[in-house]
Design a protein around this ligand. Structure first.
Ligand code: NDP
Length: 343
């Protein structure tokens, strides 16, 4: 049995989902209500691999909302993640993926020091961040969509926004080792971490976002922003490929502009329908087949009986591990989403 811990993208989103699911009394509630709501198992999932193998899983809604971070409701955010993990373990789930902000909160607030949740001692090897698969999928999207658009990676400048993060640093490692990209622009706020990454890669230009965007042929957004940023498409190169891997999305508005191609980053498509309801709620175009790559990592580890925290800690993702999860991904019928939202 695998588990997925997820959350909605905003208070407004949570209110809409409550209304759509027939809970009008929740639909008018404010952030305080969501801060006190306990995590719940809201879906049972069946996945069939193209090998014929079948697995079952549970979806845990943590009731965390990104506004909790923006409004300093840190204790509530921490409680949501620890309680969701304890719930997964109580249901004897062997491997659970920490989706969206769950793993970011886990790392940011040192939750490895909080093993005891009431009567449950958390066993961290039952959890994975799913970030190795996410990083692999984003890299394949860079390679494959740029080729579809006729871009030459050898001549391309790639800006990675969130470069020092767990996913961002893995993307930089892959671009450096597996491709011939002409230039990598490194964007984040903490300068020390940026310089450490630059030293590790032996290349890369550290830049402010506003300086980097007009120079980039490809922009990979993997920053942990509770709210998306507004960008002005007329300041971007044409053509420009934007891979938005953030959850919530890093781009504040949908961009519709000639020559700007936006792809939902870190999303995979399965070759067969998945039996579940939850992906409709997070607005996937094809809810029966499309999902976050981090969730798919939980499924892949279950298919392979790899009941271990395959992705864990920060900035430890290596290219060989990305290749390993990539092979397993293909074997079971997952592939990166390659269709731009607007062309
Ligand atoms: P991390 O916390 O490890 O890294 C976040 C990065 O973003 C850091 O480099 C951070 O550096 C940078 N950052 C944060 N805020 C800003 C800002 N305002 N401007 C510029 N840089 C910023 O996160 P992860 O790598 O784990 O996750 C990245 C994103 O991917 C998140 O949005 C997450 O929800 C999403 N995600 C998507 C998945 C999928 O399946 N599609 C799976 C898992 C995660 P600094 O703080 O120095 O600025």
């Amino acid at each position: 049995m695998f588990g997925l811990i997820g959350h909605l993208t905003s208070l407004e989103h949570a209110q809409k989902v409550a209304r759509d699911l027939g809970y009008p009394e929740y639909a008018d509630q404010d952030l305080d209500f969501w801060c006190s709501a306990p995590p719940q198992i809201v879906d049972t999932i069946k996945v069939t691999s193209i090998t014929g193998q079948q697995i079952e899983g549970k979806y845990i809604e943590s009731c965390f909302l990104p506004e909790m971070l923006a409004n300093r409701r840190i204790k509530a955010a921490i409680r949501k993640i620890l309680n969701s993990m304890a719930l997964a373990q109580k249901h004897d789930i062997q491997i659970t993926a920490l989706g969206g902000f769950s793993s970011i909160i886990f790392e940011e607030f040192n939750l490895h020091e909080s093993k005891q949740v009431r009567n449950i001692e958390l066993e961290f090897d039952r959890f994975t961040t799913g970030n190795t698969h996410t990083a692999y999928i984003i890299c394949r999207q860079v390679e494959q969509v740029s080729a579809q658009l006729g871009m030459d990676l050898d001549k391309a400048t790639v800006a990675v926004c969130g470069a020092t993060g767990d996913i961002g640093s893995a993307v930089c490692r892959w671009l450096n080792e597996k491709t011939n990209v002409a230039e990598i622009l490194l964007i984040a706020r903490n300068q020390e971490r940026l310089h450490n990454l630059q030293a590790e890669l032996g290349r890369g230009k550290i830049m402010e976002l506003t300086e980097a965007l007009p120079q980039a042929d490809i922009i990979v957004w993997v920053a942990s922003m509770p709210k998306g940023v507004e960008i002005f498409p007329e300041q971007l190169k044409q053509p420009c490929l934007l891979i938005d891997g953030g959850y919530p999305k890093n781009l504040g508005t949908k961009l519709q502009y000639p020559g700007i191609h936006v792809v939902n980053g870190g999303i995979v498509e399965h070759s067969l329908d998945i039996e579940w309801k939850i992906m409709e709620i997070v607005n996937m175009d094809v809810p029966s087949r499309q999902l976050f790559a981090c969730f798919a990592e939980g499924m892949l580890l279950e298919f392979e009986n790899l009941h271990t925290n395959f992705s864990w800690g920060r900035n430890q993702i290596t290219v060989p591990k990305m290749e390993q999860i990539g092979e397993i991904s293909l074997k079971h019928g997952f592939r990166p989403l390659l269709t731009p939202q607007h062309s």
